[in-house]
Design a protein around this ligand. Structure first.
Ligand code: FRU
Length: 453
């Protein structure tokens, strides 16, 4: 369990990373350094608006028990005085390097971005080293979110940035370096015809012999039941050979079919696992300002950590094994008849195994509901919009019959993993009081509800 807000909040997130006070957004600088997991995150420590961004910092040995550290990076220099924006971390020769975007608003109102770095030998105190290279020509000031990785065949570091061209097209640009200090501009990393006006938070990595490109584009229009949220996070399989990076398709697949999931970032743990955290999540500002925790002085959380796998041409997200440490008492149910589970607690995991396909519905508290229509293999997530008080839904069509569901519930979040993480939905909901789970359906299978610490 995490310290902090949980004790006072009516909508607690007990095992998710949240700010103690203020606003959290993107995960930043994810890394395992000298054995410990470090999660940095975008933090406005002073209020619940998108201003004064700093890097909050949490450290853990197991991604379950977290120690809250002092703010790692806060605005202070000419190149970052109005915000320490998103970025990443790598370790080189025992030194932790943090890469971030310095956000600057000049006295005359001109806004600028600087790509900067800081270093740390102990993972506790950070020394700013300043900008890495000049702002590239041909791009607006919207160039940000450096993600750095090392590629063994080239024996080089690469750095990719989300960017906007002068003609207002979203893209990503990249650089190469032998030492993390001198960077060579390589141009646009992908040649994608994107309908977006800006790309944020790129990520590039190899997983199960497949290169992948993750991006959070802004400006996509809804396409059928997809791309329903204000902004999106997508992945595309890619190739990376002899220093050339290319997408294998223009088809950008959403990482999450729920409501709140944005700006994901991955890192490779020492044991080789590729782990993802995201912000849950971005939304229209009137909706954000109506989130009831704002009255309590804090807003937003990160997702649970998810291990990624690339199988059957699909990116799967699986809650990391360590989260089993949260499990306490468990309660078993059959899926052949309706049941109800009530508890004074707030945090649960539900595991369901289906031996046949049929319709069913799981509702949580009153208005948050997950249902399934086997005829169309359609999973539907429904909740109350806390701004309009109207019901709203998101849905997906599974490619395979539904065999299993793993659902993580915290006081005000739900994360649904279907078919071993092949289809994932993340959402917040704000209903006061402890949990009541109703299951309705008649099918062969079993469910287990774990109370989580
Ligand atoms: C994504 C984002 C990033 C930026 C950061 C600022 O949510 O807009 O592009 O670096 O948030 O907080």
């Amino acid at each position: 369990m995490l310290d902090g807000v949980v004790k006072q909040s009516k909508y607690p997130l007990r095992y998710h990373i949240t700010p103690l006070k203020g606003l959290l957004n993107d995960p930043n600088g994810l890394v395992q350094f000298k054995g410990a997991y470090h999660v940095f995150y975008q933090l406005n420590p002073y209020g619940t608006s998108h201003e004064n961004k700093a890097w909050g910092h949490m450290v853990s040995k197991n991604m379950v028990d977290w120690e809250r550290k002092a703010i790692a990076l806060a605005p202070s220099e000419y190149y970052d005085k109005d915000g320490i924006y998103s970025g990443s971390a790598v370790v080189k020769e025992g030194v932790l390097y943090l890469f971030y975007t310095g956000n600057v608003i000049e006295a005359d109102g001109t806004k600028r971005s600087y790509q900067c770095y800081a270093i740390s030998e102990d993972g506790e105190s950070f020394e700013k080293k300043g900008p890495l290279f000049p702002h590239p020509e041909g791009y607006t000031r919207h160039v940000r979110d450096p993600k750095v990785w090392y590629s063994e065949p080239e024996k080089k570091w690469f750095l990719v940035l989300g960017a906007q061209t002068d003609d207002l097209r979203g893209t990503a640009i990249w650089y190469a370096s032998g030492d993390l200090l001198e960077w060579e501009f390589l141009g646009e990393i992908v040649d994608a015809k994107s309908a977006a006006y800006m790309w944020e938070c790129p990520d590039v990595f190899e997983l199960d012999d497949q290169w992948l490109f993750l991006i959070s584009p802004q400006g996509f229009k809804p396409r059928g039941h997809q791309f329903q949220n204000i902004y999106h996070s997508v992945y595309v399989p890619a190739t990376f050979k002899e220093g050339r990076f290319a997408l294998t398709t223009d088809d950008m697949k959403e990482l999450d079919w729920g409501f709140e999931f944005y700006a994901p970032q991955t890192f490779q743990a020492d044991d080789g696992r590729r782990i993802l955290y995201a912000w849950m999540g971005v939304m229209e500002s009137d909706k954000e300002q109506a989130i009831p925790t704002i009255a309590e002085g804090w807003v937003h959380g990160l997702t649970i950590p998810r291990e990624l796998r690339f199988e059957d041409n699909k990116l799967k997200q699986i809650p990391v094994e360590e989260l089993k440490m949260l499990r306490q008492d468990s309660h078993s149910f059959t899926l052949s008849e309706s049941w109800e589970f009530k508890s004074e607690k707030y945090a649960y995991e539900i595991e369901m195994r289906f031996e046949e396909e049929a319709a069913f519905e799981v509702s949580l508290k009153d208005s948050t509901k997950l249902s399934y229509q086997a005829s169309e293999r359609k999973l539907i997530l429904e909740r109350m919009n806390w701004l309009t008080n109207e019901r709203e839904t998101r849905m997906t069509y599974l490619e395979e019959p539904l065999t299993d569901l793993q659902i993580f519930l915290d006081g005000s979040s739900i994360e649904v993993f279907a078919n071993e993480g092949s289809a994932v939905a993340t959402a917040r909901f704000f209903e006061e009081g402890p949990l009541v789970i109703h299951y309705q359906g008649e099918l062969k299978g079993s469910a287990k509800v774990y109370e989580l610490n």
